[in-house]
Design a protein around this ligand. Structure first.
Ligand code: ATP
Length: 239
């Protein structure tokens, strides 16, 4: 089974990475593809450009064997409709089950997505809880309630048994983190550390993204070392 975790990743944070890994492990997926949108169609446009968001995602995933960065939406350009991404993944994977992972916030807007009715024909949908978002099907739109009623399963084995068409709820680590919150912290001159990988925070500072001001650069502190010939060394200290 192949997992698909799409996002704007503006920037990627631990609220993306940990749930992606949780789903991969819980469902025993063969792969979990992290797919950054070139131009997300259903929301305000990203602050960082596509190349910057892809570079941050690659830095975040690093050599983690359980996650793969798939940059097909970057190559395709134009509006990044998930249905197009699923069509291309389906063409490559034959009858292998595809599992599209959607946080509760994303799932609750699914019936506004481009050609959304085709999505359950192309992939299973794995819905994860997201702190701050109530996943109460009684308050979902009638179309989503009907989708849920018709396709819901509670056992992983049912996902493995067919290429697409089921919806399952999956518990993941609850991390109340959003890219919006991270961008706001940086713009306010505050540190977003421990909400996202340091590799990503380093890139944000290096490229002065999200309003990071040069004066906020890592403090360069001169310290005297006892080692070697006792020369002054420069130590980079992360804020
Ligand atoms: P923004 O704040 O800019 O809207 P975001 O943090 O919501 O960004 P996206 O890239 O829009 O991140 O989200 C991609 C996917 O990751 C969506 O399915 C979303 O539900 C999920 N997701 C994002 N943050 C979390 C989180 N903290 N916990 C669980 N799922 C999350």
């Amino acid at each position: 089974m192949i997992g698909i975790f799409g996002g704007t990743f503006d920037p990627v944070h631990f609220g993306h990475l940990r749930p992606a890994l949780d789903v991969k492990q819980a469902l025993g997926l063969d792969e979990m593809r992290m797919i950054p949108a070139f131009k997300p169609p259903h929301r305000t446009q990203p602050v960082a450009n596509p190349g910057q968001r892809l570079t941050m995602l690659r830095a975040a995933v690093g050599d983690e064997p359980d996650l793969q960065v798939d940059h097909r939406e970057m190559l395709r350009e134009g509006e990044s409709f998930m249905v197009d991404t699923l069509v291309s993944l389906r063409a490559e994977s034959g009858d292998k089950p595809l599992c599209l992972v959607l946080g509760a916030d994303a799932f609750l807007t699914l019936d506004e997505w481009h050609r959304w009715q085709e999505i359950p024909k192309l992939a299973h949908i794995v819905v994860t809880h997201r702190p701050g978002w109530q996943l109460n099907m009684n308050t979902a739109s009638p179309k989503l309630q009907a989708l849920w009623r018709e396709h819901q399963v509670t056992d992983n084995a049912e996902l493995a048994a067919s290429p697409a068409g089921k919806i399952m709820l999956q518990v993941v680590t609850a991390l109340e983190i959003s890219a919006t919150q991270i961008r706001a912290l940086i713009a306010a001159g505050k540190s977003p550390r421990y909400l996202l990988p340091d590799t990503v925070w380093n890139l944000i500072r290096m490229h002065s993204l999200y309003g990071f001001a040069a004066t906020d650069n890592p403090t360069e502190t001169k310290i005297k070392t006892r080692s070697g010939n006792n020369r002054n060394r420069t130590l980079r200290v992360n804020k």
